[in-house]
Design a protein around this ligand. Sequence first.
Ligand code: UGA
Length: 462
Amino acid sequence: MKVAVIGAGYVGSVTGAAFAASGRQVTVIDSDPRKVDRINAGKSPIYEPGLDALIDAAVRRRLLSASDRYDSIREADIVFIAVGTPSRPDGTADLTYVKSAADGIGAAINPDRFTVVVDKSTVPVGTAELVAARIEERSGLAHGKAFAVASNPEFLREGYALEDVFYPDRIVVGTGHPKARRALRKLYGPLLERKAYGVPADVIPQPTEAKAETIYFETDAKSAELIKYVSNAFLAVKISYINEVARLCEAIGADVTDVAAGVGLDSRIGGKFLQVSSGWSGSCFPKDTAELLSASRKYGSELTVVRAAVDSNRGMHEFCVEKIRRRLKSLIGRRVGVLGLTFKPNTDDARQTQASVIIGGLLELGASVSVHDPQGMAMFRTLNPKLEVRYCATGEETADGADAVVLLTHWDDYALLDWQAMRKRMRTPYVLDTRNFLRKKPWSEWGYEYEGIGIGTVRRRR
Ligand code: UGA
């Protein structure tokens, strides 16, 4: 079975490598020659734990290669579209790359064999139809006869993408076309059985928790497209809810960690995605909630719960800035160290992160800001050229002369910082840990005032 994957970003490179690992012949197509060269050299084009080794193993076995040309589409049984769908200013998804991928497929498709085209990118409802129409227009072939377009959304979490691709909870396939359904069932067979990989076992990660069997779920294309958005928005709502509960806990003196644990014990609710933060962010939740909201308005059925979660999330970023301001009385002339610029640990992805909003708020109130991130500084700097901050080589350095250190991303590295030495470098020994990640440290013994979110304050020993 031959597979082509258009797009060597987060989704395309992980998906392509996983199919290659399950023994398929995969070509990843990308217009960026640097990404193509990296894959062909056995390296990952993105930062994702474990992906380098997986790509290297698949390239060595000649199961995976990359190209900037669409030639491989002619030979492919299944073609995945895994290009970016960024947000437009009005919140709707920009389909420019999806359309150009569809046109490329239309120009290269082989009229003498049946090709299944699959939307893997997160795309608005109706995109499968749009892609089919563009391919028809370009190729002169009829949808349903020479090719069929299906939706197969991805549910990969950055930082855990390999675990998610090899041990997914579910695979959602949206198409009514029997040949397309058959082809996709065959393609996913080895992944569902979790065996017959084409690469050595040690490059496939072990799951971090016990995984139930993967459910293979078939539906129509529109429902599959919607499942993706509704899932991400549901998770965003869940986090916004616990974040607001954390603020309530602060007001009434309860402990949100225990509240979340107690609530999550109800199997109908579940304990996941109940971790407090300065707000959800990243390349998926903000854009997907915006698109879902805008689509729901377009169809006259606004999802007001999602709108509330988006507003609440913005409020959560502001709440963190306000907490620091309240503690320091005024931020004018104050120095704040920020730990973590990526939207979560184990990624270099600094797109649309809460850090840019929170740092912007601190600067606006007159603070000077020093920042650090183990992987995300380069991307953050490129994306936020107007934020005048000092980039630090180490986490410890953010404490220099600081009146507050705020932890935004719970990288393991930050648990290992020399906090006792940092205390001596700070002007005011105040730590705000927006993830309640370091709450077990002996803060008062070390002479710090420590605050989390929704867990009360640890005063320093005088
Ligand atoms: C999310 C979904 O979890 C994936 O299933 C989906 O495939 C992906 O979007 C996508 O659409 O491509 P991702 O954006 O990588 O994955 O990150 P998550 O782990 O879901 O975290 C999203 C945000 O929520 C982060 O800012 C994270 O720190 C925050 N979060 C997560 C919390 O604040 N609390 C939690 O309990 C969990």
